[in-house]
Design a protein around this ligand. Structure first.
Ligand code: URA
Length: 434
């Protein structure tokens, strides 16, 4: 087989066989297929799609490109969650310890930022000492001892996805439905969880812009997971505006800490209760989603989730004193609050524009080799539906460079839309599948 023939076949809209997909996935993982051929193949898939059968083969070959974990020696039932990618999405930081506190082990493999969307691993790395690069042995040991572990892409688990993920990020091939499904489900299947909750984002700041696209992605992932015997549910949630108030790695860790203390923005807390609640429900720890959410709210407000968070971060090498004094997390040298230019109601905050501004400030990558600055980002002081008075704080920019700050101010003011009439707040959960 030759890579060029497989690229040509996909370019010509033909269905690839399992063997052809395996040849390509293994070839790229083992570096016998170079970046330029893998880029062309990803673009052909983005433009011409995959059949559900091709997407399933792609997922399983990616999962089998490394170790396949069986966690049953550690716990009878392990759960996992994964987001399709959004702006300001720090859900894992809150939900993983929250659910683990309820006696449900959470073993999770997370990604770095992708396109304009942030990544859990980048956020966690803003905590001094935190180690996301765990070997399989360390992953298992941390899960067994603490009931919660979050690892970055490793050389052991779904290594092919690690390579494709980084390539897609910088070749404008992120938004392909089968490539997203394969990327997420290969990691989930390899990491061995029995139940998986997929957080499928919809809207301007998501890779799926419409509910129909999101539902197609959710259904494909649920089918792939159930096909290999996992319990899978998908929550379709709104991503037209950022989740919570902060965008940027250290700023998002701070907001997660507030939420773990029982505070934090209402939309973020509600979203975490829904995702965590669905995890408890899939594991038969609660009869209904409402019951599960009430259990979780009690442990957010009572400090138990916070204690579990500290235990987990310290177990992965993180500095406890930084968690207890969040002001010691990385701080940007330039901090500017931008006031509302007029009075009125906020009718839209373009989440994609806010995400791209965060990347331009240095919080994300434009090239594979870019080093991100954990301190930069944006804090929103108002969300869609809020009424603002001219001259009151609208948002705060954290930057490391005055030129970038000036560009961000302009871009963010253009991303916020106004109405003279009252505007309804945006919904959180649109639909639950499975
Ligand atoms: N998250 C992933 O892990 N992969 C994607 O492709 C998109 C979001």
């Amino acid at each position: 087989m030759f890579a060029v023939e497989i690229i040509a076949k996909k370019r010509d809209k033909q269905e690839l066989s399992s063997d052809e997909i395996k040849f390509f996935v293994d070839g790229y993982a083992q570096e016998t297929i170079p970046d330029y051929q893998a880029s062309a193949w990803c673009m052909a898939v983005l433009l011409n799609g995959m059949t559900p059968t091709e997407a399933t083969h792609y997922t399983l070959h990616m999962a089998h490109s490394g170790d396949m974990l069986d966690l049953h020696d550690i716990a009878p039932f392990v759960v996992d969650k994964h987001s399709t990618g959004g702006v300001g999405d720090k859900t894992t930081l809150i939900v993983a310890p929250l659910v683990a506190y309820h006696g449900l082990p959470v073993g999770k493999m997370s990604g770095r930022g992708l396109g304009f969307s942030g990544g859990t691993v980048d956020k966690l790395e803003s905590i001094r000492g935190f180690n996301p690069s765990l070997s399989t042995e360390q992953f298992l040991q941390t899960l067994a001892q603490h009931g919660v572990v979050v690892s970055g892409q490793s050389a052991d688990l779904a290594p092919a996805d690690g390579k494709f993920y980084a390539l897609r990020d910088v070749t404008a091939t992120v938004t392909s439905l089968p490539l997203i499904a394969g990327s997420i489900m290969s990691k989930k299947i390899a990491a061995g969880a029995d139940a998986i909750v997929l957080d499928v984002k919809v809207g301007r700041g998501a890779f799926m812009q419409t509910e129909a696209e999101a539902e197609a992605l959710a259904t494909l992932m649920v089918d792939i997971g159930q096909g290999v015997g996992r319990r899978v549910a998908a929550v379709l949630s709104d991503m037209n505006q950022p989740l919570g108030n902060t965008i940027g790695n250290a700023l998002e860790v701070k907001e997660a800490i507030e939420t773990l203390h029982g505070g934090g923005p209402t939309d973020l807390r509600e979203h975490c209760l829904t995702i965590g609640g669905k995890m408890l429900q899939l594991a038969d720890k609660a009869a209904t989603l409402e019951e599960a959410k009430t259990m979780l709210a009690t442990s957010l407000d009572g400090g138990q989730a916070w204690n579990k968070f500290v235990e987990w971060i310290v177990a992965q090498g993180g500095d406890q004193s930084q968690l207890e004094n969040p002001d010691t997390l990385p701080q940007a040298p330039l901090v500017e609050t931008v006031n509302a230019p007029n009075s009125g109601y906020i009718s839209a905050i373009d989440a994609a524009e806010v995400g791209k501004t965060g990347v331009q400030l240095g919080g994300g990558r434009l090239q594979k080799s870019d080093i991100i600055d954990p301190s930069v980002g944006i804090v929103l002081h108002a969300k869609v539906g809020d009424e603002c008075t001219a001259g009151t704080p609208l948002l705060t920019i954290h930057a490391n460079d005055q030129t970038k700050l000036d560009a961000a101010r302009q871009r963010l003011l253009e991303a916020i839309h106004w109405s003279d009439e009252p505007v309804e707040a945006l919904p959180h959960t649109l639909k639950i599948i499975g």
